[in-house]
Design a protein. Structure first.
Length: 98
């Protein structure tokens, strides 16, 4: 709505494999210390949505430190889930030698 560039996948995607993919991505994101917004909640919503297919969208805002993945119902009438992943990994804390 604020004019951020976005991309909508042309074909719906099966929910079950999509849920598994995003479960793995959530674990990887945590392990790599990549900041995210709503990742675990989105995975839960995908698993509980009761739909067989979803439409995927990605929003690549230049004004945000995050990229957003949006999961829409097959008719694009509602948002099923949304998550944000930081564009850059969190920097490790600096340590000073003793």
């Amino acid at each position: 709505m604020a004019g951020a560039p976005f991309e909508v996948w042309p074909d719906p995607v099966e929910v079950l494999p999509l849920t598994r993919i995003y479960q793995r991505r959530a674990r990887f994101t945590r392990r790599m210390d990549v900041p995210s917004l709503g990742f675990d909640e989105a995975v839960t919503q995908l698993g509980a949505c009761g739909l067989q297919q979803l439409i995927l969208c990605i929003v690549k805002s230049t004004e945000s430190d995050y990229r957003f993945q949006i999961f829409l119902s097959p008719d694009a009438s509602r948002v099923v889930a949304c998550l944000g992943v930081a564009k850059q990994r969190a920097r490790p804390a600096r340590t000073t030698p003793d």
